[in-house]
Structure formats: structure tokens, C-alpha cells
Design a protein around this ligand. Sequence first.
Ligand SMILES: [Zn+2]
Ligand SMILES: [Zn+2]
Length: 71
Amino acid sequence: MADDELQTCVRCYHVADKKDKYCIQCGAPLKNKCTKKKTVLHAGCSKVNEPNAKYCADCGTETLFNEWGLL
Ligand SMILES: [Zn+2]
Ligand SMILES: [Zn+2]
């Protein structure tokens, strides 16, 4: 399997398949998605940010890793 098909959990370092959304070992999210929710006024933001991003590069909202206290 190529390296780009793998990703590492930021909490427990479990090596997971790239298509997984959550770590099967500790339940932490594997994708650092923007947490901006869809509302009546906004379409929301589902940008996947760099693993070290605390805030979304597109809209400045807290990222999922930041919300979970993983950074
Ligand atoms: Zn994990
Ligand atoms: Zn965003």
C-alpha cells in the first residue's frame, strides 16, 4: 500500500486507512475539518485543513482537532 493511502491518528498514532474518518483505536477524528455548521444564512464549511491547523484556512472557524483538544 502506498504512503498516500495512509494517515496517522494525531492522538494515538494508529496508522489508519485514508478513507477512514475516525480512528478505530481511540475514536479521535482523522480529518481536521472545519467545524463551521450549515445554517440558514451560511452554507457551512467542510474544508479539510492541515493536521496542525487550529483554525480553518478558509473561514477562520475552529477546526475539529482544535475542538477536540488534539493540538
Ligand atoms: Zn487514535
Ligand atoms: Zn472553514
